[in-house]
Ligand binder design. Structure first.
Ligand code: ADP
Ligand code: MG
Length: 578
């Protein structure tokens, strides 16, 4: 009897969008875990070392591979999942091209141990650089264990192009998370260097899986949705407008349980959140689209990360409607909970805004006036104590003042950010900042991705006054913070810093890391736009940055000033002849 795996005839293999599937350790993990899922496993354990460069081991309890099939599994275009060209349009498995195992085997040292249920013995195959070295019969549990060692050992160029171990690990974690979210009934475990990074018990409830994967905070801020339109069904969980991220990384898209990226779907999601989120913030959404396999072509991308819908416009509309109708059904008070209103900032935290003499003490007042202009009396007074004459604040966001050079428009947030950045930097360098040590440590919970980053940068945090100890999976004890921050803000501040640190790349120096933290601290504490300032506060702010250096930007690189020269006014009003 022929085995299950067959080499695809030329006619089919040519129709398959073949491509390079192995780019980095994360792609190996994705392919191997997908195979385990396709094999009907209920348990999948992934173990990696050195971010996957030294070792990736995926063990499952799926159907296993027949002994006579095993060498075939390592051959290109050999698959048990596709037999006829027509099947390509009815695929329900994650794999179908028969490419992953041979591609991975050709760039690593691979060992497979596998046993099918009705056999007493298992089979082991050893392969090096794609060449089979040995096949033997062994005892092993039902299922498959694939071990990939020394990835790219024979392709040094590829190895060189890999990023740092933490970056590679993060990518792997990301694939692992995506697959865990779409298959809640399967038990998943991820171990790195002997430490359990993720462990998810099998459950029928997507909600429970979301809590386990994305963490309690995200889970508390997410609501279910479900929507149907003809043959298209959309369901999942979406964040309330009070919970958002700096990147679109919290958007998980699936089509028929296959994780995908799709620009149009991202757009649909952002459209549904339009005007609900501040500019530059993204929601967290786990979105499943189910439609007949014939309504979507999954064979358009080398790593199958993208798909093509037959009726893209309709899918777009269904997604927008699904999310919008859920927003509309969420009671407003729920949205308002936890919403931080800038005008309710605390006195203490504001007094430390700007250097002594302390300024911005009682800002808790409403912003009902749109603009402040000086009284006629003030108008007469000339320069105050060596600073330019302040004209006022407009739109609660910009400060206008003048000196002999012309008129200056100042972005109060950008300016304050720069002042704080310089101050934090100086105090850090001089080690002159004070630290608020807690008698009882504050317990903080972070998602797996955040935890990974936090652990990687613990020492840096410590150096900057944040004493943080890991005490369990995703749980940390915060023992101190620099005293210019309110302990109540600590969680938000640290999350904010971690969001920024996720962008740091391998080449970044320690200084880069520290600057990133400083910038985030400054941005976090600086006064926002649309925030009325008192006259003394405006003066204090202006004084701290005077004389204006026109090339000065905020630490993110945005300008602080906008300047109109006197000559420009003269020209505009055609007064030059006078
Ligand atoms: P594809 O998944 O596209 O079929 P792969 O190269 O990933 O191609 O795998 C080749 C074949 O090896 C699969 O079709 C499947 O029959 C078998 N196989 C791979 N991994 C497993 C596993 N974990 N359990 C059972 N069978 C597997
Ligand atoms: Mg596969």
């Amino acid at each position: 009897m022929p085995g299950k795996i067959q080499v695809l005839p030329d006619s089919i293999s040519k129709a398959i969008a073949a491509g390079e599937v192995v780019e980095r350790p994360a792609s190996v993990i994705k392919e191997l875990v997908e195979n385990s899922i396709d094999a009907g496993s209920t348990e999948v354990v992934v173990e990696i070392r050195m971010g996957g460069l030294n070792l990736i081991r995926v063990q499952d309890n799926g159907e296993g591979i027949e002994p006579e099939d095993l060498p075939l599994a390592l051959q290109r275009y050999a698959t048990s999942k596709l037999k006829r060209l027509e099947d390509l349009y009815q695929i329900t498995t994650l794999g179908f091209r028969g490419e992953a195992l041979p591609s991975i085997a050709s760039v690593s040292k691979m060992t497979i141990k596998t046993r099918v249920r009705n056999s007493i013995n298992g089979t082991k195959i050893i392969c090096e650089g794609g060449v089979i070295k040995n096949i033997s019969s062994i005892g092993c549990p039902v299922g498959t264990e694939i071990e990939v060692r020394n990835l790219f050992y024979n392709v040094p160029v590829k190895r060189k192009f890999l990023k740092s171990i933490p970056t590679e690990l993060r990518q792997s974690l990301n694939h692992f998370i995506r697959l865990s979210l779409s298959h809640p009934t399967i038990y998943f475990k991820l171990i790195h260097e002997g430490r359990i990074l993720q462990e998810h018990l099998g459950t029928d409830s997507l909600k429970i899986r979301i809590e386990s994967v994305l963490g309690r905070e995200a889970w508390e801020q997410m609501r279910p949705f479900e929507f149907e339109d003809g043959e298209i069904r959309v369901s999942g969980f979406m964040s309330l407008p009070t919970f958002s991220k700096r990147t679109a990384d919290g958007i998980y898209l699936y089509v028929n349980q296959r994780g995908i990226r799709d620009r149009v779907l991202y757009k649909a999601i952002l459209e549904a959140y339009r005007q609900l989120l501040p500019v530059g913030r993204y929601p967290v959404v786990v979105l499943f689209i189910f439609l007949p396999p014939s309504g979507v072509d999954i064979n358009v991308h080398p790593t199958k990360a993208e798909v093509k819908f037959k009726d893209q416009e309709r899918v777009y509309q269904v997604v927008v409607r699904a999310l919008r109708s859920t927003h509309e059904s969420i009671p407003r008070y729920e949205e308002a909970k936890g919403l931080k209103r800038p005008l309710e900032l605390k006195e203490e935290s504001l007094s430390s805004f700007i250097e002594k003499p302390s300024l911005f003490h009682s800002l808790s007042r409403s912003c009902d006036e749109k603009e402040i202009f000086p009284s006629s009396e003030e108008f007469k007074s000339e320069k105050v104590g060596g600073i330019p004459r302040i004209i006022g604040q407009v739109r609660g966001t910009y400060i206008i003042c003048e000196d002999e050079r012309g008129i200056f428009f100042i972005d109060q947030h950008a300016a304050h950010e720069r002042i704080l950045f310089e101050r934090f930097k100086r105090e850090m360098e001089e080690r002159s900042f004070s630290i608020n040590q807690f008698l009882v440590p504050i317990t903080l919970e972070f998602s797996a991705e955040e935890s990974l980053l936090l652990v990687a940068y613990l020492e840096r945090f410590h150096w900057m006054g944040f004493e943080i100890d890991p005490i369990g999976k995703g749980v940390f004890a915060l023992r101190s913070i620099p005293s210019f921050f309110d302990p109540e803000e600590a969680k938000e501040l640290i999350s904010h810093i971690l969001e920024e640190l996720a962008f740091i790349s391998k080449g970044d120096t320690m200084k880069g890391v520290i600057d990133t933290i400083l910038v985030t601290m400054a941005c976090h504490s600086a006064i926002r736009g649309n925030f009325l300032l008192r006259r003394e506060e405006i003066e204090e702010l202006v004084k701290s940055i005077y004389p204006f250096d026109l090339s000065m930007t905020c630490p993110h690189g945005r300008p602080i000033f906008f300047f109109i020269r006197e000559e420009e006014l003269v020209k505009q009003f055609k007064r030059s002849s006078h």
